[in-house]
Each structure stands twice: as C-alpha cells, then as structure tokens.
Design a binder for this molecule. Structure first.
Ligand code: ADP
Ligand code: MG
Length: 243
C-alpha cells in the first residue's frame, strides 16, 4: 500500500440467509492507490462494493473511510464523503439527456462544487469532455453505444467528486480498442489523485492498471500483492482454474 489508508475494511462478513458471501474480509487501500479486485464469478466482489457503498449492511466488521467509521452512514452520505462507484450494468436516468445525468450527482455532491464552479452545467460539460463524451451532451442514453454508456457511467461517478472510485467491471464486453479507451480514462482519473479500485475480468487490463491486486474466492481474501506476484500465486491460480 502506498500512502496513508483512505479505506480500511476490517473482518467484514455478509450473509444472504445461510450463504456467506463475504467471510471476514480485511483490506486497506492507500490514498491515491490503484488497486485491482479480482476473483471468479460469485466470489463476492460486487457484494463488497455494495457494503462499501452502504447499499448492503454487513453482519459484522468495520469500514473506515478517510479516518472515520462509515458503517452507520446511508449511501448518499457515503457518496458525499467521497465514495463513488460505477455499476457493472450502466444505470443512467433513461429519460434525461447525457448532460442532465451528470447534473444530478453534481447537485448532490453539494455546495462545494457550486462554490468552486458556479455553473453546474459548465462543470458537467467539463467532465463530459474529460470522459470523451462532449459531442453526446444532449443525447439520450438509449442512443449511446456500449462504450459511450460505460463512459457515461464513469462520468456520473466522477461528477460526485469522489476521493475513491470503485469501477465494477467497467470494461466487460468491450473490444480491445475500447478497453484501452476506458483504461486511459481511469489512468487520467488516477493522475488527478482519485483512489481507484478496479474490478475486472480482463486480466491484462487489471494487471497493467493496478499497483496492487486483491483476490477474492468464495467470499474470502485468498491473495494480495503486486500483479507480478499474483500471476504466480498458487492460491489465485487454483481459484481461476476451479471456475
Ligand atoms: P461477484 O461480483 O464476485 O461476481 P457477487 O458479490 O455479485 O459476486 O455475489 C457473491 C455471491 O453472493 C453469489 O453467489 C451471489 O449469488 C450471492 N448474492 C449476491 N447478491 C445477493 C443477494 N442480494 N441475495 C442473495 N444472494 C446474493
Ligand atoms: Mg460482480
């Protein structure tokens, strides 16, 4: 881990009925770090994101963000505290234009943005330009291509002005050229100081992006380390071969 921890997860356990989706998972992420979270389908990655975002309540364990326990905060309070996530399946507001989709999280991010940027729409245009969506500002989500929808999903997360961005399978189903586009967008966000957790099945992308990789299998953290070490890790290999 580089830098002071921005996110500290301690012995997090989440059950769905009798099924243990997360089993005493502990994890620390440094401010500004790029971390890959990998694991076979059903290993608990999205469940972990949902617990961090406050959508799911764990049965036990603690989550600290920027030094404070956030376990009792509602999802919107966690967003305001600086945690943003993009969804595996893009979830734009279908009846609103691309730019309007950004104005909502911008308003939501609170007075700080308004003071700094004055005009919400101007701030939205800036984010759309950063995300390669400037030409689509007035389009409806239904008219966007798959890659444009993924970019919109990330742009909406960025509009919440996050310190930590969790990108849940932002590249699934994209062509290799499109994967490169999303990768460079995430690298650019990282260069601005945003801590990024990338959940991804596209191994070459997550290995290139991440300074550190965490591997989940059946709700447990089974390996953690530099990408070069993870590709040689026997437990990580077994988890993937067993899939
Ligand atoms: P991943 O994102 O790693 O593919 P998930 O976190 O989505 O895995 O799911 C982990 C396990 O928990 C899976 O077996 C899944 O079926 C189960 N699960 C996830 N969400 C729910 C839910 N809301 N209710 C019941 N089971 C769930
Ligand atoms: Mg998932």
């Amino acid at each position: 881990m580089t830098g002071a921890p921005i996110l500290e997860i301690d012995a997090l356990t989440k059950r769905f009925g009798g099924f243990i989706a997360l089993n005493a998972v502990s994890l620390a992420i440094g401010e500004g770090e790029r971390v890959g979270l990998i694991g076979p389908n059903g290993s608990g990655k999205s469940t972990l994101v949902n617990c961090i975002a406050g959508v799911l309540r764990p049965e036990s364990g603690r989550i600290r963000f920027a030094g404070s326990d956030i376990g009792d905060l509602a999802p919107f309070q966690r967003t305001r505290a600086g945690i943003a996530r993009s969804f595996q399946i893009p979830q734009p507001f279908a009846s609103m234009s691309v730019i309007e989709n950004l104005c909502i999280p911008l308003e939501y991010a609170g007075a700080g943005w308004k003071r700094r940027h004055g005009d919400i729409r101007a701030a939205a245009r800036e984010i759309l330009a950063d995300c390669g969506l400037a030409a689509k500002a007035e389009a409806l989500p239904a008219s966007l291509t798959q890659i444009e929808l993924r970019k919109l999903e990330l742009a909406r997360a960025v509009a919440a002005h996050p310190r930590l961005l969790i990108a849940d399978e932002a590249m699934a189903g994209l062509s290799s050229a499109e994967v490169e586009e999303v990768l460079s967008l995430l690298f650019a966000l990282s260069a601005r100081g945003i801590t990024i957790v990338m959940i991804e099945h596209i191994m070459h992308a997550v290995m290139r992006f991440s300074q550190r990789i965490v591997v989940l299998d059946a709700g447990r953290k089974i390996a953690e380390g530099k990408p070069d070490d993870i590709v040689r890790d026997p437990a990580a290999e077994r988890a993937y071969l067993g899939e």
